[in-house]
Write a protein that binds this ligand. Structure first.
Ligand SMILES: [Zn+2]
Length: 447
């Protein structure tokens, strides 16, 4: 009964807060202009490096990128001197799970911890990711609605982290990759049983409901489980799970609301049905065949292949209690995934960088660059997969992905040429996000 007055009161309160916040926003506009001297600039608008450039930053955004000779720097101006370094756009990882930890593979862990543990993990993992030079991530699967809250908390400045493009829990069939399988029927771990964890759906109408629910709670994209997985028990990575009709429903509902769809898909048929249903990216893509590659190329579907973490899963993860069933699945998939990635690259499929961070430790994301180059990409191509192409996939080309006037001042620097040794990206020594410096082991910065 008293709901309406409360709502009105809240609105008045919110307006009050807004008025108070205005001077703060104006103060931000008054931040001093920053001149970043870039010795070597890879702006990700092409595959080329340009020497002796200057980026002019006002507030959160870049206002100018030009050769140093064309940009007079006023005496006393704030300068960030990266003249000995290689400067690139902040990196983007399109497949992370910031809630997850790579030191607990025992399936019992899931029923022992409360959702709060995921939140604590997220605070730590977000910072590690940012420190590694990843200024944006797409988080593709977590408890409801961890990633949405993480995005809000970081945007509010509560703690440091990358910009987050948030999905909800990945939508799965009963008994599928997103379900908790192989326990007795009495074992449950659900915060929202009536909504089936905002995750489980059987039939197109249930999928429609879940997509709408997730959008209601603020997700930026929808993740669906097209096939089985490696780390789930009792299902087969190669087997199709959501049907074509179910995925078509997810895509139609999501696209109508301006949201993209990412499909977890290892199996050959599941990949094709997901592509045919219109998903925007195939995650993993392990068993893709020539026809699937042609379909992705024709439709412009992105491949986001996590081709580094195999090494971690078959090494450390076993020590941390990974069940034998998952070890066996990874052994049969890992090599094929890398070979098929190379075929997709050679065929000209669009590639976006995504690593499945959380399966291996957060902060090691850049280790995947070396694998992408070993399996067919040029260093510049691999870097653009993590910058300009990734921005396209996450629908943020107006904000991130390249270093150009108008974009956020999200940039990193490394001490060695990443076009010669792409591994240099594993040692990012300078990180700026939105004009604010989060790491600086490099510049001769004088205020
Ligand atoms: Zn994943």
């Amino acid at each position: 009964m008293n709901r309406k007055p409360t709502l009105i009161f809240r609105l008045i309160f919110a307006l009050g807060v807004l008025t108070l916040a205005l001077p703060a926003a104006m103060a931000q506009n008054a931040m001093p202009t920053v001149y970043v001297k870039a010795g070597h600039l890879f702006d990700a608008t092409s595959d080329d490096l340009r020497d002796n450039m200057v980026l002019v930053i006002e507030g959160e955004r870049i206002t100018k990128v030009a050769p140093a000779v064309q940009v007079p720097i006023p005496a006393g101006a704030k300068v960030v001197d990266l003249s000995q370094a290689w400067v690139l756009p902040g990196l983007i990882d399109c497949h992370t799970h910031l809630e997850a930890r790579a030191d607990h593979y025992d399936p019992i862990w899931e029923v022992r911890t409360t959702p709060f543990m995921g939140g604590f993990n997220g605070v730590v993992n977000a910072n590690k990711t940012l420190q590694a030079g990843f200024t944006s991530v797409r988080d593709v699967g977590s408890q409801p609605f961890f990633a949405v809250d993480l995005r809000r908390a970081i945007d509010e400045g509560l703690f440091p982290g990358p910009r987050v493009v948030a999905s909800g829990p990945a939508i799965s069939i009963t008994g599928g990759h997103g379900d908790m399988n192989s326990f007795a029927p009495g074992v449950e771990n659900r915060m929202y049983p009536a909504e089936r964890g905002y995750q489980l759906a059987d039939g197109p109408e249930q999928v429609r409901h879940l997509v709408r629910e997730q959008i209601k709670f603020g997700v930026d994209l929808i993740k669906v489980m097209a096939t089985g997985g490696v780390l789930s028990l009792g299902d087969k990575p190669g087997a199709e799970q959501l049907t074509y009709e179910e995925m078509k429903m997810a895509v139609d509902e999501a696209h109508r609301a301006g949201r993209k769809v990412a499909a977890h898909a290892h199996g050959t048929q599941g990949i094709k049905d997901a592509v045919r249903a219109g998903v925007d990216s195939i995650e993993h893509g392990s068993l893709i065949d020539a026809e699937g590659i042609e379909m992705m190329k024709a439709r412009g579907t992105y491949l986001v292949a996590d081709i580094y973490n195999d090494d971690y899963i078959l090494g450390k993860a076993v020590e941390f209690g990974l069940p034998k069933e998952s070890v066996d699945k990874e052994k049969s998939l890992g090599r094929l995934q890398r070979e098929n990635f190379a075929k997709a690259v050679a065929a000209g499929v669009k590639i976006a960088f995504g690593t499945d961070a959380g399966v291996y430790p957060h902060g090691d994301n850049a280790k995947q660059f070396d694998y992408m180059v070993k399996f067919g990409m040029t260093p510049a191509g691999a870097i653009r997969a993590a910058t300009s192409s990734a921005a396209d996939l996450i629908d943020r080309t107006h904000d991130v992905g390249t270093l150009e006037a108008g974009k956020y001042a999200d940039l990193i620097a490394v001490a060695a040429n990443p076009l010669e040794r792409v591994e240099s990206l594993e040692h990012v020594s300078f990180v700026m996000k939105g004009g604010k410096v989060y790491k600086d082991e490099l510049s001769a910065a004088k205020p």
